[in-house]
Every structure is written in C-alpha cells, then in structure tokens.
Design a protein around this ligand. Structure first.
Ligand SMILES: *Cc1c(COP(=O)(O)O)cnc(C)c1O
Length: 452
C-alpha cells in the first residue's frame, strides 16, 4: 500500500454550497402538493421542515448558498476530508487508469451524512424548534443527526427500519449514546405504522414506511420539525462540500476526473461528489461521465419509471417527479440498507432524462467482492453502500484495460463498514445471494402512478 493522500487546510472548507439547479440546462419539474395539486410552495414545505431548508429546497436561482459560520465550525471536527490515490487498488487491477477516492468515512459517525445533519439541525435550532424527528435505514443518517441534534441542543426521535434495527444493533446504540430515542419501524406508535403492521405483521420495514412515521409524528407534535437525510434538493446542496473539496484536491494531484462515481440511495452523496464537477460539463469546458451505482435489487435509475410519486409509503410527502419503482415497492433485505429506497430526487431524475449522467446496477455479491479487494489493497473496510461505488469504479478500470485507455476515475467513499461486520460475516460464510426483480413487478408497482 503506497496510496498518496491530498490534504487541505481548515481554511479550505468551502464557504458556500453549490446549487446545481441554477445551472441546469433544463430545470426539474416542480414538486406537487398532493392536497392542492399545485406546485409546492415554501409555506407548504415549512409546515414540515425548517424555513431555511424549505427555501433552499425551492431555490432555483442562486448558484452558491453561504454556509453559516456555526456549521463551518462543526465541519472542522472532520473536514476537509482526504482525497486518496488508490494506488494499491490500481496495482491489484493491473490498470493504467488512475483511481482516486474522496474519503468521507473519516467523520466521527463514519459517513458523509453529517454534512447535511449539521446545517439542518442548526437551522431548526436557530428557528426556535425544540424537537426533531427523522427516519434511518442502515442507521447512518440517524447516527449523524443524533450527534448534530445533541450539539445544537435538540431532542431527536429516530424511526429506524426494522430489518436494520435487528441487523445493525450497534448503530442503534450509537444513536442512543448520542442521546436520541430510537424506534423500530413499522411501529405501533403511529397510524401509518399500525396500518402496515396490521396488514403485514412480519414486514421488516423500508425507508418509505419509516419516513411516513416520522412525518406523522412531526405533524402531530407542536415544536417538532421533520428532517430528511437524502432525496431532497437541500440535502444534495449540503453534500456539495464533498465535490467542492475534491475539485481542489484533484487540482493538487494535477488531474481532472474523466469519470465520477457515487453509490446511490436517495442520491445525496452521489450529488455531493458530482454536482461541483458537473458545472464544468454544463459550461462545455469538460466532458466528465457521472455514474450513479445502485443495487441490482433496487434499480430505480436503471429500470424505474419516470413518474410523479410520493417519497414515502403512506403518501404524506409531496409528489416528486422522479425515477421510481413505486412507493409500495418492498426492496429485498440486502445489507446496503441505505440504498433500499424506491425513488430518486427530482434533480437527479431530470439529469438522467437529459443524459447528463448515467447509472449502473450492481449485484450484491459483486459489491462484496469489490469491498474485499478494496479493504485488502487500501486498508479501509467500506460500508456496503459505498461498495457499490467501488464496484462501479472497478468495472470502469477493467473496461479501460480492455480498451487500452487510462481514464482518471474518482469515486466517493461514502462511509466505512466497521459497524456492518455482520454483513461481511454472511459474505464470508457464503450466505449472501443476489436479488433480481422482474419487469412484471416493476410494472405492477408503478401501474397506479400518474404519467408525466
Ligand atoms: C445513507 C448512505 C448512503 C446512501 O444515501 P445517499 O443519499 O444516496 O448518499 C450511501 N452510503 C452511506 C455510507 C450511507 O450512509
């Protein structure tokens, strides 16, 4: 292992996030308020979210949005994060491709999620909110928000997808250690949860269901706001610190990426690494390829339908114009819990329609083989989610080998997998399988959605 790191100073932490919508050649279609059937307004959104997050969500004009000092201060706990040339991996692949990764696993909670948890908690505090609630899949978002909530003095209740609650008990204890209350979802504590449990007592939960429960709690509790860890524009906005730093670091390395890759759950880390580089594609000065890596078992970008759909199972959220497998879609219990989500955000969906980015769907076993090779060559055990990005990077390097080319590949290492060792145990024991879904299932689960 002789991988080289590119390190920035604290003063290099960006002073503003990049708002990609301002530069998009074709803006995303509006999100719709399902009650009024009108385009969503800041007032609609701020019933649920902080006012600042709500106005960021609908900001289509400001290219850069200032990062508050209090947020930059807390970013300093772990930012800037390193950019690493993956020389060990390159050697193992016997490739002329140059492979770099941005290491977001160095945050205290082990993932990129803190980048948005901090500003969202900060805005709630500033606006006088006392309680916040959210959902979490694998537990990464819940862990990040627990820390941010404690830092800013907010009470937090987290609905955690039941399959992860049981598979990843340490993520639960991490959240509890930071002082959050954690509830397995579906739960009996909400109307949405009770309905699902009554219909299907063994249901292991999904992000869509957990979102319904958290939204319901926020709506029925005074002084309580809802906070979301992915999918929405303001979350992607906050994550652009990743790509803005990486841009400076690639410059230090004297290179510019031909291919940028991120794994894809709701799109926040992919957006974070990609959008700052994408702005140079919009201006025509660069021609980078952007690849979102998603699970074969949850292939909304590669095989989903472009529709107006809800972000959650019960239909409490606004209707989002997006690539979706349908909000009723129940993904297989793969270990990459953070990627088990039925849809994509409106911005990414529009970028795909305009062929400004691509997607790849990756079987579970391929992701664990890639993770193992990465751990052995670069030393970091990656999160099962991040392993999708690694697998996609390896595919591109192998393709380059066949073509005799030498592209510069940059991927985001969204998190480490040290709390996911039960998943690695299953892989080592040979117990993991791939999960495919049929065209019929996709047709069935999206049949009722309004076409666009
Ligand atoms: C949550 C999570 C993801 C998926 O979420 P996105 O919003 O698509 O980034 C990916 N990797 C890790 C480590 C996560 O915690």
């Amino acid at each position: 292992m002789q991988s080289k790191k590119f390190i920035l100073q604290e003063s290099d932490i960006p002073e503003a996030w990049y708002n990609v919508i301002a530069d998009m050649p074709e803006k995303p279609l509006p999100m719709i308020n399902p009650e009024t059937r009108q385009p969503l307004s800041v007032d609609d959104l701020s019933a649920l979210f902080s006012k600042e997050a709500s106005s960021q969500e609908l900001n289509t004009t400001d290219r850069f949005i200032e990062i508050p000092d209090e947020v930059r201060e807390m970013y300093k706990i772990y930012r800037p994060t390193p950019l690493v040339r993956a020389s060990g991996l390159e050697k193992a692949l016997d490739t002329r491709a140059h492979i770099y990764f941005k290491n977001e696993s160095v945050s205290p909670v082990g993932s990129h999620k803190l980048n948005s948890a901090i500003p969202q908690a900060y805005y709630c505090k500033k606006e006088g909110v006392t309680n916040i609630t959210t959902e979490t899949g694998a537990g990464q978002w819940g862990a990040a928000l627990s820390l941010a909530a404690k830092h800013f003095g907010l009470n937090l209740a987290v609905y955690m997808v039941k399959v992860s609650y049981n598979q990843k008990p340490y993520r639960r204890s991490i959240m509890q250690t930071y002082g959050a209350e954690v509830i397995a979802s579906p739960s009996m504590s909400t109307r949405a949860g009770r309905k699902i449990i009554t219909e299907n007592p063994n249901y292991q939960g999904s992000l869509g269901t957990a979102i319904s429960e958290a939204v319901e709690l926020a709506r029925s509790t005074p002084g309580c706001k809802y906070v979301l860890g992915s999918v929405l524009n303001h979350v992607a906005l906050h994550q652009t610190v990743i790509g803005l730093e990486a841009e400076k670091q690639m410059e230090m390395a004297g290179e510019y990426p031909d291919i940028v890759i991120g794994c894809f759950g709701g799109g926040s880390n992919f957006s974070g690494i990609s959008f700052p580089f994408m702005r140079h594609n919009f201006s025509g000065s660069r021609h980078t390829r952007f690849i979102a890596a998603e699970p074969e078992s949850c292939p909304k970008l590669t095989r989903g339908k472009f529709r107006y759909d809800f972000g959650d199972e019960a239909g409490y959220t606004p209707m989002i114009p997006m690539f979706t497998l349908g909000h009723d879609f129940a993904p297989a219990n793969i270990h990459a819990g953070g990627l088990r989500y039925h849809g994509a955000g409106s911005v990414v969906s529009q970028l795909i329609r305009n062929q400004l980015m691509e997607a790849a769907d990756i079987p579970q076993l391929e992701t664990f083989a890639a993770a193992t090779l990465f751990a052995q060559t670069e030393g970091i055990i990656p999160a099962p989610e991040s392993s999708h990005a690694i697998a996609a990077a390896i595919r591109e390097a192998r393709r380059a080998n066949e073509e005799g080319s030498a592209p510069v590949i940059l991927f985001n290492l969204s998190g480490h997998g040290l709390i996911d060792m039960t998943a690695y145990d299953s892989y080592i024991a040979g117990d993991l399988v791939n999960h495919q879904i049929s065209d019929e299932q996709i047709d069935r689960d999206t049949a009722d959605l309004q076409g666009i």
